[in-house]
Design a protein around this ligand. Structure first.
Ligand SMILES: NC(=O)C1=CN([C@@H]2O[C@H](COP(=O)(O)OP(=O)(O)OC[C@H]3O[C@@H](n4cnc5c(N)ncnc54)[C@H](OP(=O)(O)O)[C@@H]3O)[C@@H](O)[C@H]2O)[C@@H](O)CC1
Ligand SMILES: Nc1ncnc2c1ncn2[C@@H]1O[C@H](COP(=O)(O)OP(=O)(O)OP(=O)(O)O)[C@@H](O)[C@H]1O
Ligand SMILES: [Mg+2]
Length: 357
């Protein structure tokens, strides 16, 4: 007969076994200690993908499968917002917008006619001190016209760090919160938020997706300590709790996800290539899957348990799909695998889990 044990019982038994085999805890190999103390539960990403991905119903009209907006793209970075926005479409969103600077817009438009590109943001070097107030009002007005139509924003890929531009983006975050629009904060959006944590604090519809550097800065700023790899799960939970229950996806060899209550992990084998832009695919993916999970939650016919957070489900699904697509791209392109190759594999990877028909 199969006997089910709670995870804490299993953990205690593992600890006992390891102590018995290896002696004192301080002499344990680092890897075993890290596994013992991280207290995260492995997520079944494929099952989450099957749950949240909607069927292709001919009765649905354009827009119902998701309208996403990326706030990012400046003189230096045009690839990152493009990767996030096009990934959202390739996964299955109906419309994908990009709000970027005037310099970046023609470049991003030229990558793809599928994207709706708004050249509305301004950097300090393009305007005088006197113009700032007027320009800020104009930027906010332009974004506000669209805000209520979006299911989710992705704030930060390729945004840059110009202080005036970031000031405008902080106002966009306030608008999104006022309209209850969820947002994923990534890249330079995390630079902004780390320095003004109140922008996201206690907003349950905020998801932060830090990479190794961005996570280190968040931990130092919010928890006032260094990253603790041995207690990675517990530390992530404390960080999310301290920021008032926002959801954080800590990217790395294993992706760890927490909202201050639970900690989930996704470690499906991905790709050994670490080319830039994979985090941008992930942020676009989180936005789409989070929107789909929100739709499920609002469907009275679905038994959506309150413990199932759309943000957590969105993170698990996006992480699982990105890793699967990265693995597939790597089998085809090996050392020359690029972010664009991974994007091309998103459809095939999702099809494998949730066939379209
Ligand atoms: N193809 C594209 O368009 C892609 C564009 N991308 C975009 O790039 C942006 C940065 O993201 P990233 O991942 O390089 O940031 P990260 O690891 O924290 O920094 C690494 C080191 O660089 C430094 N640093 C960064 N920005 C700086 C700045 N403005 N000014 C000065 N220093 C800066 C940083 O220094 P620190 O912050 O530690 O002081 C750290 O030492 C972001 O918008 C992302 O979306 C990527 O998505 C990839 C594909
Ligand atoms: N060492 C690793 N092994 C396997 N997969 C990884 C590893 N590190 C990151 N990943 C995967 O790549 C995704 C992107 O993480 P990464 O740390 O590269 O983000 P990033 O630095 O923000 O990327 P970007 O270049 O887009 O800014 C993660 O969600 C994770 O699934
Ligand atoms: Mg990044």
């Amino acid at each position: 007969m199969l006997v089910k044990h709670s995870s804490s019982t299993v953990l205690r038994r593992q600890q006992f076994l390891v102590r018995t085999l290896c002696g004192s805890r301080t002499h344990l190999p680092k890897l075993i200690r890290a596994t013992m103390s991280s207290k995260s539960e492995a997520a079944d990403a494929e099952s989450v993908l099957r749950t949240v991905t909607p069927s292709l119903d001919p009765k649905r009209h354009k827009g119902q499968a998701g309208k996403i907006a990326v706030i990012g793209g400046c003189r230096e970075y045009t690839g990152a917002p493009y990767f996030a926005a096009i990934s959202a479409l390739k996964i299955g969103a109906d419309l994908s917008h990009v709000f970027c600077t005037k310099d970046a817009a023609p470049v991003i438009k030229s990558y793809s006619p599928e994207l709706i590109v708004h050249p509305v943001l301004e950097e300090s070097y393009t305007i005088s001190e006197e113009e700032k107030r007027k320009v800020e009002d104009k930027v906010i007005g332009e974004v506000d016209k669209w805000m209520e139509r979006f299911d989710c924003l992705v704030i930060g890929p390729g945004l840059g760090r110009d202080p005036f531009l970031l000031e405008c983006v902080s106002k966009i975050m306030l608008l999104a919160k006022k309209s209850n629009v969820p947002f994923v904060v990534d890249g330079d959006g995390l630079f902004l938020v780390t320095n003004s944590i109140d922008l996201v604090k206690s907003y349950p519809l905020a998801v932060l997706t830090p990479n190794v550097n961005e996570y280190k800065r968040l931990v130092q700023k919010v928890l006032n300590c260094e990253v603790d790899e041995e207690n990675a799960g517990d530390q992530l939970r404390s960080l999310a709790k301290q920021i008032g229950g926002v959801t954080i996806l800590r990217k790395g060899k294993t992706d760890l996800i927490s909202n201050g209550e639970i900690v989930k992990s996704v470690s499906i084998y991905g790709s050994p290539r670490r080319c830039g832009g994979q985090g941008d695919i992930l942020s676009g993916g989180v936005a789409v899957f989070l929107s789909w999970a929100q739709q499920l939650k609002s469907d009275p016919e679905r038994n959506f348990s309150p413990s199932e957070s759309p943000a957590i489900l969105g993170c698990i699904a996006a992480s699982g799909l990105l890793r699967k697509a990265a693995a597939l791209a790597f089998t085809k392109h090996k050392r020359s695998t690029l972010t664009s190759d991974i994007i091309e594999c998103l459809g095939e990877s999702l099809e494998d889990i949730c066939p379209a028909s």
